[in-house]
Design a protein around this ligand. Sequence first.
Ligand code: PHE
Ligand code: NA
Length: 454
Amino acid sequence: MQEKLSIHGSWTNRWVFILAATGSAVGLGNIWKFPYITGENGGGAFVLVYLLCILLVGVPIMISEVLVGRRGRMSPINSMIETAKESGLSRRWGLVGWLGALAGFMIFSFYSVVAGWVLYYIAAMANGDFVDAGKAQVGATFENLLADPETMLIWHSVFVVLVMAVLVGGVNKGLERASRILMPALFLLLLLLLGYSFTTGHFMEGVTFLFHFSPDELSWEAVLTALGHSFFTLSLGIGAMIAYGAYMPKKASIGGTVLIIAVLDTLVALVAGMAIFPIVFANQLSAEAGPGLMFITLPVAFGQMAGGQVFGFLFFVLVGVAAWTSAISLMEPSIAWVVERFKVHRLIACTGLGLLGWGLGLLSIGSFNVLSDYTLLGMGVFDLLDFATANIMLPLGGLLVSIYVGWWMKRPALENELAIRNPFWFNAWYLAIRFIAPTAVAAIFALNLYNKLA
Ligand code: PHE
Ligand code: NA
């Protein structure tokens, strides 16, 4: 039988899929968010819970998403419809794809704004702006950036153009080529920074902070944060992995491949922590700075250190590259769908959706300055988009995918697609996707909403 392939193209081999999917997974979530939520939640015990969540919830759901994509061979929306038809189910399952594509589009709009700040910091580092700057000065630079819509607009636009330039090229000449160049660069930069933090003399302090175990520091809320983050960090619940799975060669084993991606994503987060915390501690700064850890604490630290200008610059280049490859995967689901639905060239789909995402980003930019008076539930546009996606749409998408794959798709289709020879591993995955994942996700979903709205 002729193997069914995606009309959008296919990854040249399994390793390219691993690079592209790791590019999606490794992003601001690993280098910005993971270190600061670990800092806020006291380190070690939090890291342990996070690792459990990745293994018991993240990996099984990622396997399910890649499975749906490779079986359907189309955009997430149409892959849901195709696989539903195959199992004799309603086309309405396509709505799960819609939810994901919409969430990806919404995340893209504010992710690009934060990535724009990163680009601004690359330029500032290159310029030596933070050399010997104190906390007050860097803090003021960051505040001034947020108060200045024009500067934010410029860098946001640059980032959107960078992302769209890759997406226009398509699966092979765009996504694949970018992954082949950017991912090795990312790993190299990360190792360089790790080596640099080794020279600070505070390396073990950083490692101890990440891996010491004190269960009494673990709050119920920290468990929820860990579970929610395991979702975000693996790019789950928005269809990104369905889209990338659609381009995956049939020969490659889904289970083994997904494990590699999850391990790489986790390693990058841990290594980023090991690179960042020693630099923070070496300068007697606090690990608990929250979101400002990257935009205020770290530049202060780099500014005090020998070689800090060069390594600070390299650090923000690393973050920029990571954000770039992630943003690509946020838009691929909707772009693939537009190409399928309207039979237009990718250039048209990318221009149209790129402009829309860019435009929505303007509202996020404004929410820090000119539009700061417009709020809903006490949140501006930026916070609202973040809240609606991270706390509602992503978990809901993941929950629906696990219910769909675990309870509705026909088991022979799953066995055929996963082609796991050892029944033990199939059963372990099946158990996780039917019972553990939906229960855990439903719990975060409900508790997060309760916390936020009550
Ligand atoms: N996984 C990315 C990160 O860690 C974020 C992301 C979420 C990217 C969903 C694509 C889809 O930053
Ligand atoms: Na990640």
